[in-house]
Write a protein that binds this ligand. Structure first.
Ligand code: ADP
Ligand code: MG
Length: 447
């Protein structure tokens, strides 16, 4: 089954994605109704989960086995230190248990994810400024903007952008010492260095860098020793005219527990924000992603994802990957109906608050009829169509069952409701005007 699932996924993913993220997964065996798979490390597991490849694997196995199996990921036993260190990291408690062994700091490694480049970053109104600032810094490090501080909400592209700076700087100068760190990794390494009395080595390493990129700096807030050490690292890099780039989910002033001296330093250079993307930017991002993953994404589906969903780009990408998986596994092209069906659990949040009454009022207003007429049994054509549309939307946007909808449409039989829904579904495949009317109503209700 695993081989079959793998080869199904190979068909949809680019060669690079497949060999990076699917091929290294090892099949361990099955236990009851669980398929055990082994992944190389914790980073890998997080990555495939985050990028939606895990749900793709699940989906693919479900299809092959009729949902008989669930997937469980195990870490390869090689790197116990990493798993432990990372698991303990994001604590508010301030201190982190040191890993059992110091990592061999043999070679200088940039830790940059090669996938995050300026080429793959879509620039739109919401991120234009941060994007321009990042490019300026990548092209002339330690120039005008030092430090560069990028802030913005979850999944808006901070990690992508800060990594792109490093990748770009390296393409311009292969010898540049560029290093990407999350603040947790900085902290873990520091704690281990203290514990194994390698603090000099730690300091030297950081102070020799040309470009230091620290992602999610807000996590050092409240951690005294880490802030102290970072303060010195910052000063020595800054004084020797080396570039520092930081990202955070908040503006420096709004990071609770951040030392004043660090806060003021973070404001010395340029602060650039990333805002949630507007619909056009979301569509552009989805298109780009679809293209690079060879997923064929119709315009109406792109619009559906962009307008009904979150502004978190990671989630948008996850939905796209899911659709791509379903499409390849079922052999059907991606369509609006498929998207609604596949994503109904994800796009539930927004639709949750919509009630049958809201829909009745909205549809009645749209057609200029009274709600009482909409709910009546009158067979006038001007009433029948809006009524069927309203019923269809109730079924689509609320959790109400057929009998519940019937009840609230003046006590109709549930078979009448089913009939209306079916009727509209059928018409939707033929009548494009109706289709666009319903789309507009849906959009209006969801916004
Ligand atoms: P953050 O660090 O702000 O939480 P990430 O940088 O991890 O967000 O972005 C989440 C996902 O969305 C990544 O896969 C990233 O490539 C993608 N992404 C975010 N913004 C853009 C954009 N403007 N263009 C292309 N991809 C983007
Ligand atoms: Mg990030």
């Amino acid at each position: 089954v695993w081989h079959q699932a793998q080869s199904n996924m190979e068909k949809v993913l680019t060669q690079q994605t497949f060999s990076t993220w699917i091929k290294p997964i090892r099949f361990l065996g099955t236990k009851k109704n669980t398929i055990l798979l082994e992944v190389p490390n914790k980073f890998f597991r997080e990555w495939i989960t985050e990028k939606g490849y895990l749900s793709m694997i699940q989906e693919s196995i479900h299809t092959l086995t009729d949902s008989l199996f669930v997937v469980e990921l195990k870490l390869a036993p090689r790197e116990p230190s990493e798993a432990k260190g990372a698991a303990a990291a994001p604590a508010e408690t301030g201190e982190v248990a040191p890993s059992p062994e110091p990592k061999a700091e043999s070679d200088f490694s940039s830790n940059l994810n090669p996938k995050y480049t300026f080429d793959t970053f879509v620039c739109g109104g919401s991120n234009q400024f941060a994007h321009a600032a990042a490019q300026a810094v990548a092209n002339s490090p330690a120039g005008k903007y030092n430090p560069l501080f990028i802030y913005g909400g979850v999944g808006l592209g901070k990690t992508h952008l800060i990594t792109a700076i490093g990748n770009h700087a390296l393409t311009k100068n292969r010898k540049a010492r560029v290093c990407f760190y999350t603040s947790e990794k900085f902290m873990n390494e520091m704690i281990n260095s203290i514990r194994y009395k390698k603090m000099d080595q730690f300091r030297n390493k950081f102070r020799k860098m040309d470009i230091l990129l620290i992602d999610d700096i807000q996590f050092i807030a409240g951690k005294e020793a880490t802030q102290e050490e970072f303060f010195h690292t910052f000063n020595s890099l800054y004084e020797s005219h080396k570039q520092i780039v930081l990202t955070s989910d908040k503006f420096p002033k709004e990071i609770p527990g951040l030392e004043e001296r660090l806060r003021s330093r973070f404001e010395w250079g340029l602060i650039a924000d990333i805002q949630p993307p507007d619909t056009e930017t979301k569509i552009a991002i989805l298109r780009k992603k679809a293209e690079s993953d060879h997923i064929s994404l119709p315009d109406d589906v792109a619009l559906f994802l962009a307008s009904s969903a979150t502004s978190n780009v990671r989630e948008l990408e996850g939905m796209l990957i899911r659709l791509g998986a379903v499409s390849s596994l079922t052999g059907k092209n991606i369509s609006l109906d498929m998207a609604r069906e596949v994503l109904k659990d994800i796009i539930v949040d927004k639709t949750k608050e919509i009630t049958v009454e809201m829909i009745q009022k909205y549809v009645a207003d749209h057609f200029g009829i009274k709600v009482s007429e909409l709910k009546s049994d009158k067979r006038l054509k001007v009433l029948v169509v809006p009524r069927q549309i309203a019923i269809y939307l109730c079924r689509d946007l609320t959790k109400a069952s057929y009998p519940e909808i019937g009840e609230r449409f003046g006590g109709k039989d549930h078979s009448t409701i089913i009939h209306s829904v079916k009727k509209v579904e059928k018409l939707l495949t033929q009548d494009f005007e109706l289709k666009s009317t319903i789309e507009n109503l849906r959009k209006g209700l969801l916004s």
